[in-house]
Design a protein around this ligand. Structure first.
Ligand code: TRP
Length: 333
């Protein structure tokens, strides 16, 4: 057994990956690989909880795998949830240790169940956080790097672990903690009052793998003044451009423009050009890596199936022990 603490996080396959996702999460995931035993999952079972298209789902799942690899996640640390059916099995077990009232009160459930187009709310959507608890606890992860919006789900995960432990009379599950890393919160360049996100529409996110022209166009049209900034204060739009420079580790460029800003001689067009140059260079680097990866998709798929089946062994061991603790009949695989 390794002495290192373990980290786990997961992401839903929704196709495109943008700079908000990268700077806010994936970049940190890549760095955590050095210090921790890390596992990252593409959670396609979770992606079925809202109305979806099966062809799109499988396409998005592989696309996300290619993207994560291009951004620096290592093969051995990456799995696809549906290749490890024990997640769903543990979810069933956990359904019996999760409080109905608590799950019903999850804000993400409330938000999403109100946003369905035809009023259909699946049981899967309701059960979503219990499956998430299974994702985490099945590997006995110590830390889960997630954003503020997932705090409630982490809390529920600990409640489930705790109730399970109490019921079976053993401190079997580790109570996982949120791993707080100060990651930059990138805003939409088209509307800096909201965060960069796909759900708001095309102009509200800058795709990492988009072409140079599009990136330049999006940065050039970034809103710098919403007319609501108090005198002498930096507007959210300008602050967001600075945030992008810092997030991309362009510290020198950041310092230069910050001092021109303080001197009162900042020209927005020059700042925008510098931000565009920085992102274009970064995107070029990631796109090159991606091109290399997708030049042999069969090989990538093979390797991800391999790594998922290695990771599955951990899940199977946990499930064996869980079934034993719960009074369920069991055999070793
Ligand atoms: N609910 C998470 C999100 O929307 C995704 C997720 C599913 C997850 N299972 C997880 C995150 C386990 C961390 C750990 O971002």
């Amino acid at each position: 057994m390794s002495e290192r603490k373990s980290v786990l996080s997961c992401i839903q396959p929704t196709g495109d990956i943008h700079y908000g996702n990268y700077f806010g999460a994936v970049k940190n995931w890549v760095q955590l690989q050095e210090k921790y035993d890390t596992l990252y999952g593409v959670v396609n079972y979770h992606a079925m909880t809202m109305p979806y298209n099966p062809k799109k789902l499988i396409e998005n799942t592989w696309e996300l795998v290619y993207n994560l690899l291009a951004l620096g996640i290592e093969y051995d640390n990456l799995f696809i949830q549906s290749l490890i059916p024990e997640h769903a099995e543990l979810c069933w077990v956990f359904n019996n240790f999760a409080s109905f009232g608590r799950v019903e009160n999850m804000t993400q459930f409330k938000d999403k169940s109100q946003s369905t187009s035809d009023g259909f709310i699946s049981v899967g959507l309701y059960d979503y956080p219990v499956l998430q608890a299974a994702d985490i606890l099945i590997y006995k992860a110590h830390y889960v790097p997630v954003g503020e919006d997932q705090r409630q789900h982490l809390e529920l995960t600990r409640e489930i672990a705790n109730r399970f432990n109490n019921q079976v009379g053993k401190e079997y599950f580790v109570l996982p903690e949120t791993l707080h890393t100060a990651t930059p919160k990138i805003r939409s360049t088209a509307d800096p009052t909201r965060k960069m996100s796909k759900s708001a529409g095309e102009k509200h996110y800058i795709s990492i793998f988009s072409d140079e022209n599009r990136i330049r166009k999006q940065i050039r049209s970034a809103v710098t003044d919403t007319g609501e900034t108090p005198e002498g204060q930096m507007s959210e739009g300008v602050a967001n451009l600075f945030e992008l420079l810092k997030a991309a580790d362009a510290q020198d460029v950041y310092d230069h423009f910050m001092s021109t800003y303080k001197a009162g001689s900042l020209r927005y067009s020059e700042l925008k050009d510098a931000v565009a140059d920085t992102l274009v260079a970064l995107s070029a680097q990631f796109s090159e890596k991606k091109a290399e990866i997708i030049s042999d998709k069969r090989e990538v798929k093979y390797r991800i199936k391999q790594s998922s089946s290695e990771i599955r062994k951990i899940a199977q061991k946990t499930l064996f022990e869980v079934k034993e603790l719960c009074g369920l009949i069991n055999v070793k695989y």
